[in-house]
Design a protein around this ligand. Structure first.
Ligand code: PMP
Length: 392
C-alpha cells in the first residue's frame, strides 16, 4: 500500500512547520544557544501549581462541564472585564479549550464552509494557514509591511476582500513580528469589517504582553463586537504552555457552535489545569506583571544589541519576539539561519517559516535569560563581523 495516497487531500497539502524543521537540525548539535522557541522561560507560579496539585489530591479528577468549570468561566469574564474592558457572560459566551490552539481550530471550523476565503496577515503564526486548510477554506494573504510597523491598514484590508471572504484571523501583539494594533488603528478598520459582515477571529494570546499598555481588541468596538471571536489562554502570560489551557469568548450563537465541536473532539479541558487557572486569575496579577517587566528589560536589551551589530530591528510593542531585518547580509532568511547555526551555534527561526512575507527577516525570541541573550549576541556579532569582512 502506498500510504501517502490514502491521506486526505487536506492533510497532504499541509506543509510541515518551518520551526520544527529547523529545530530538529539544532537538536542534533551540541552547545547550541537557542533563541528560537516561543515559550516563557519562567516556571508556572507556585500558587497555580499548588492549586492544581490540591485539586488532584481532593479527587477532582473527572470531566468538567464541556464549556469548562463555571467558576473558571466566571473568573475569565472578570479578568476580561478588569484587564481589557470586555463584557462577556460566563454561561453564554465562554468556552474553555485545550490551549489557544484548539480555540483557533474550532473557531475556524465553526464558521467556514468549503470555498470560503479567510484572510490571514503574513508574517503570521505557523498554525493559521494549516488551520484554514483543514477547515476546508482558502487562505488569502495580506503581507504586512515593516514601514507600517506590521500593522494592518484599511486600504490593505479593503483590497483583500472578495465576495467569498468570510473571516479574518488576526493576532496582535503578533507572533512573529511583535507588532500591535491600537485603538486608532482598529478604528479605521471597523467600518470595513461592519460593511462586509466579516467575522474576526482575534488571537489575543499575547494581550498581557503589550508594553505600552495600549492593548485594544476589535471586540472593544460595540459596532462589531458580535462579529469578533476572542481567543486567549494561559500559556504565555501565566507561563503555562504545558498545561494546555485556553479559552474563547464570542456571541452566544458562535460560542455554542464552537462548544458543539469541542464537546465531541475534546469533551472538556484538563481539570487540574482549570483549577490552577482559577487560582492564577484570582491571585496572579503580581506574577504576570513581574514576568512582563522582565520581558520588557530583555526586549530593550536585545533590540539595542541587534541594531548595534548591524541588523536593523524595530522596537516591538508586544509579545516576546523581535523580527530583525537580515537584508544587509545579502543572505536569504534560510541561509542566514543555517549559516549562523553551523558557524556560531545560535538557533533562530527564518522569517519565511511565517510565510513568504517573512523573507529578509528572522524571528528571535527573547523569552530567555539576559545571560543567554548576551552570549547569543556575542556569537552573532562574530558572525556578522566575519560576514562583513567576507563581503568587503
Ligand atoms: N497563537 C499564537 C500567536 C501563538 O504564538 C501560540 C503559541 N506559540 C498559540 C496561539 C498557541 O498557544 P497555546 O495553544 O499554547 O495556548
Amino acid at each position: 500500500m502506498n500510504h501517502k495516497e490514502y491521506l486526505s487531500r487536506h492533510v497532504q497539502e499541509i506543509k510541515p512547520s518551518g520551526i520544527r524543521k529547523f529545530f530538529d537540525l539544532a537538536n542534533e548539535m551540541e552547545g547550541v544557544i537557542s533563541l528560537g522557541v516561543g515559550e516563557p522561560d519562567f516556571d508556572t507560579p507556585w500558587h497555580i501549581r499548588e492549586a492544581a496539585i490540591y485539586s488532584i489530591e481532593s479527587g477532582k479528577t473527572f470531566y468538567t462541564a464541556n464549556q469548562g468549570l463555571l467558576e473558571l468561566r466566571k473568573e475569565i469574564c472578570r479578568y476580561q472585564k478588569r484587564r481589557f474592558h470586555l463584557d462577556y457572560d460566563p454561561i453564554k459566551n465562554v468556552v474553555v479549550t485545550c490551549g489557544g490552539s484548539e480555540a483557533i481550530d474550532i473557531a475556524l471550523r465553526a464558521v467556514v464552509d468549503p470555498g470560503d476565503e479567510v484572510i490571514l496577515l503574513q508574517p503570521c503564526y505557523v498554525a493559521y494557514e494549516p488551520g484554514v486548510q483543514l477547515a476546508g477554506a482558502i487562505p488569502k494573504f495580506i503581507e504586512l509591511k515593516e514601514e507600517n510597523h506590521f500593522k494592518l491598514t484599511a486600504a490593505e484590508l479593503e483590497a483583500a476582500i472578495t465576495d467569498k471572504t468570510k473571516a479574518m484571523l488576526i493576532n496582535f501583539p503578533s507572533n512573529p513580528t511583535g507588532g500591535m494594533m491600537n485603538y486608532d488603528d482598529y478604528k479605521e478598520l471597523v467600518p470595513i469589517i461592519k460593511k462586509h459582515n466579516l467575522i474576526v477571529i482575534s488571537d489575543e494570546i499575547y494581550a498581557e504582553l503589550s508594553y505600552d499598555d495600549a492593548f485594544c481588541s476589535p471586540a472593544n468596538f460595540p459596532e462589531i463586537k458580535d462579529q469578533v471571536i476572542v481567543i486567549s489562554g494561559f500559556s504565555k502570560a501565566f507561563a503555562m504552555t504545558g498545561w494546555r489551557l485556553g479559552y474563547l469568548c464570542a456571541h452566544e450563537v458562535f460560542a455554542m457552535a464552537m462548544n458543539k465541536i469541542h464537546q465531541y473532539i475534546i469533551m472538556s479541558a484538563p481539570s487540574a489545569a482549570q483549577y490552577g487557572a482559577i487560582e492564577g486569575l484570582r491571585h496572579g496579577d503580581q506574577h504576570v506583571a513581574e514576568m512582563k517587566e522582565a520581558y520588557r528589560q530583555r526586549r530593550n536589551y536585545i533590540v539595542k544589541g541587534f541594531n548595534r551589530i548591524g541588523l536593523p530591528t524595530h522596537m516591538p510593542e508586544g509579545a516576546f519576539y523581535i523580527f530583525p531585518c537580515i537584508k544587509p547580509t545579502g543572505l536569504t532568511s534560510d541561509e542566514f539561519c543555517e549559516e549562523l547555526l553551523k558557524e556560531q551555534k545560535v538557533a533562530c527561526v527564518p522569517g519565511t517559516a511565517f510565510g513568504q512575507a517573512g523573507e529578509g527577516y528572522i524571528r528571535v525570541s527573547y523569552a530567555y535569560s539576559i545571560e543567554e541573550i548576551r552570549a547569543a549576541l556575542a556569537r552573532i556579532e562574530i558572525f556578522m563581523k566575519k560576514y562583513q569582512k567576507e563581503k568587503a
